[in-house]
Design a protein around this ligand. Structure first.
Ligand code: BES
Ligand code: MN
Ligand code: MN
Length: 454
């Protein structure tokens, strides 16, 4: 066993304790009442980098701060940039958590807390692997830069600006992101595709106040009816989005990729059982993995309007609204989709209803080339720790900044997801498997050595 691996074994318990301290800080980026905790989390992380002797800065932005740390420069070695996010999703509904979201708790080999896997636990693996090198060897074998933002869950606007303004400072040979999942327990994976996303809020207004639905109904347009109609028109009963041009830039699946997906050990029955539904659903003509990874989607995430209380209230509401998004696949352009959406909504909005469309956040999908030497380095590192070569898989989720990093820095991207699909990200009882946490640190430590050879 190498000295580094011995160090990781000896210090593993402390790594868990430190992660728990990080997880106790409720760094909820969407919640304005948590601004102090955002700073606290950023400072906590900066303290980790300073402890490693990194050149460290907590960078103030118009929103939440980002944390930047850079290892002492060594010449003639490649540079890796680790991206991650210390912000977390709101924990509600609280009553569905078995243990409180910001009191990290170990149960059955998992650590339960908001942010455990998304993304504090995952990003922390790279901090601890750097620590092992520095404590055991006195230095890292490569140059490491860490860019950890606090606004990933709310659109990454300010890190976008930071990247645009600091390309020299961030210059690197490859970008490493651990913010996705393995294929299944015991099946580590390198992710080579992410979907993009565009997220909207549609607000409809009819009469200037709620009305008696008997006195007025039938003569005045009802925004809740209009909302239901407009949302329903966006998709047909075969799961196809009905915006003209929506599929124009979608790259068709190759037979080879279809075969590769079909050959992956994906257990659909178990997937459905976990979620508690008896059948899969979606765009006709595609398998479940294809629907999740390579086809665009339309999902309503919330809708409101009219009476929600007990019993029946005969009312024609004044307003109604919805939040919805499209997941996009690589090569689809979020702005083009938004323009096309505006056109159809304007056409479908009935007379007597005023419409407002707010465009929240978005970003394009990405495809990572697999023929990069860095991918092979990552595969070797993962095999060293997990005992088997990784699968190559795509993901349905989005990390909008990955495309920006790739385009601005012209560096290959390694998406090394350490989580599991049943980690309950964005849900109650989020968890991270502690065995995976330690294997991931081990893989990360080896990755730095493998990258040094490239
Ligand atoms: N870590 C996720 C993205 C992710 C989820 C990747 C599952 C792979 C598998 C990230 O924190 C996230 O939640 N992203 C948002 C982006 C949005 C807020 C712009 C998403 O995918 O909804
Ligand atoms: Mn994440
Ligand atoms: Mn997330």
């Amino acid at each position: 066993m190498s000295d580094i691996d011995k160090y990781l074994e000896a210090e593993g318990g402390r790594f868990e304790d430190e992660l728990c301290s990080f997880l106790r800080i409720p760094s909820i980026s969407a919640d304005p009442r948590r601004i102090r905790d955002m700073h606290k989390a950023a400072e906590w992380l900066a303290g980790q980098f300073r402890g490693l002797g990194f050149d460290t800065e907590v960078v103030a932005t118009e929103g939440h701060p980002l944390v930047y740390g850079e290892s002492p420069r060594i010449e003639d070695a490649p540079t890796a940039l680790v991206y991650g996010h210390y912000d977390v999703q709101p924990p509600e509904p609280l009553e569905l958590w078995t243990s409180p979201p910001f009191e990290p708790t170990k149960r059955e080999g998992n650590l339960y807390a908001r942010g455990a896997t998304d993304d504090k636990g995952q990003l922390f693996t790279h901090v601890k692997s750097a620590e092992a090198w520095i404590r055991v060897e006195g230095r890292l074998p490569i140059n490491l830069k860490f860019l950890i933002e606090g606004e990933e869950e709310v659109g990454s606007e300010n890190v976008e600006k930071f990247i645009a303004e600091n390309p020299q400072r961030l210059a690197c040979d490859c970008v490493v992101v651990s913010d996705s999942a393995q294929l299944a327990p015991g099946m580590p994976a390198i992710t080579y595709g992410l979907r993009g996303i565009v997220y909207y809020e549609l607000r409809l207004t009819g009469p200037n106040r709620d009305l008696h639905s008997g006195s007025f109904g039938g003569s005045i347009a009802n925004p809740a009816n209009a909302l239901a109609g407009m949302l329903a028109k966006l998709v047909d009963d075969r799961g196809r989005v009905l915006i003209p041009g929506f599929y124009d830039d979608v790259v068709p699946l190759t037979d080879q990729e279809r075969e590769q997906f079909a050959a992956l050990p994906f257990d659909e029955k178990e997937y459905l059982e976990q979620i508690g539904v008896d059948t899969a659903s979606g765009e006709q003509g595609y398998s479940t993995l294809e629907r999740r990874w390579v086809r665009p989607t339309y999902d309503v995430s919330g809708l409101w309007g009219g009476y929600q209380g007990e019993g029946a209230k005969t009312v024609l509401p004044s307003t109604a609204g919805a939040k919805f998004s499209f997941r996009l696949v690589p090569n689809q352009d979020p702005e083009k989709i938004t323009e096309a959406l505006k056109t159809v909504l304007a056409r479908w909005c009935p007379p007597g209803i005023k419409m407002e469309l707010v465009v929240h956040h978005g970003g394009p999908g990405v495809l990572v080339p697999l023929d990069s030497p860095y991918v092979e380095a990552a595969a070797v590192a993962i095999e060293h720790a997990f005992g088997r070569r990784p699968y190559f898989a795509r993901e349905g989720g989005s990390i909008p900044i990955v495309a920006t990093l790739h385009n601005t820095l012209q560096a290959d991207t390694l998406l090394l997801g350490w989580g599991q699909n049943d980690d309950n990200t964005h849900s109650p009882n989020e968890k991270f498997c502690l065995a995976d946490f330690h294997l991931a640190i081990k893989a990360s430590a080896r990755l730095w050595a493998e990258l040094a050879k490239k």
